[in-house]
Design a binder for this molecule. Sequence first.
Ligand code: NAP
Ligand code: GLV
Length: 330
Amino acid sequence: MKPNVYITRKLPLPVVEKIKEVCEVRMWDEEDIPVPKEVLEKEIENVDGLYCLLTESIDKELLSKANNLKVISNMAVGYNNIDVDAASGKGILVTNTPGVLTETTADLTFALMMAAGRRLVEASDYLKAGKWKTWSPMMLTGQDMYGATLGIIGLGRIGESVAKRAKGFDMDVLYYNRSRKKEAEEELGIHYRDLETLLKESDFVCVLTPYTPETENLIGKEQLALMKSSAVLVNTARGGIVNEGDLYHALKSGEIFAAGLDVFKEEPISLDHPLLTLPNVVVLPHIGSASKKTRMNMANLAADNLLQGVERKTPKHLVNKHVIEEGLSY
Ligand code: NAP
Ligand code: GLV
């Protein structure tokens, strides 16, 4: 008998076909609407595998309804939407999609630095609104990236790729991490700073840590107050890492120059959110990894992880390795 799996969003057909070769598949058949909680609660009861997105909250309560679940495959590198401890407690494997989205997300991070620093969206809106009457010396002037100091908070896969791009712009790159990365320091010519010093010295700051209880509100009022009034903050990690209320006040009061945000505490962000009223914030609907090639790679990698999990092989990208090492798997 084939294992049963549930897929929480309509996926590209070739990916579904690949999963169907091995599994009985049920799938939420909408592209733009997340599966309702009550549907997922019912579907999870008897499946062996769950293929989900970062839009689904896979919490303890939901997992308590799963009777056969062996693997949760998240089509994302971040897995803060999943209660990994609760899954591990039930012997359920949790997988993610690291690596395949690194360069695409680093590109987008760089694009946001440029867009916010050089006021690209504001300038485009200015033109479209018919406000462009003449060239003038200080019209829509922003901040230079070339030769500036970049501070990367969270020098992981994406952080390192952003650092590589920054070298092409002759930027001085600083980073803050829980652990020092001596090899990357030597290879990339970058420098470690504690968080406070990084914030004080940087012209551009990129947030690239995972979202954990430790990183929640890592950047708030106190941290923003340390930044230069000419500084640009970019968050392509997760919304909850930067306190949005504090960021609004820092941007509104001119404490920092601009921000570029791909992620928000609540997604989609409410249209009456105060941040959306500011001209000096560039906002994107969580599209860090959204190139056609990368999204297909993520979808396929998540399918591979799922299939390995239901076939009781060790998935390539296993988050809770100890479940297998300690023989706890379902
Ligand atoms: P990664 O390789 O695991 O890198 C994360 C880095 O953050 C590591 O170097 C880690 O180093 C550091 N870190 C963890 N906790 C920290 C803390 N408390 N303080 C300071 N540094 C900390 O992950 P990645 O692949 O680069 O992805 C990073 C995050 O980006 C993901 O978790 C995801 O949320 C987000 N993301 C967003 C998009 C998007 O579409 N916008 C796309 C991909 C990823 P130490 O553990 O040594 O401190
Ligand atoms: C996207 O945000 C991811 O974590 O892959």
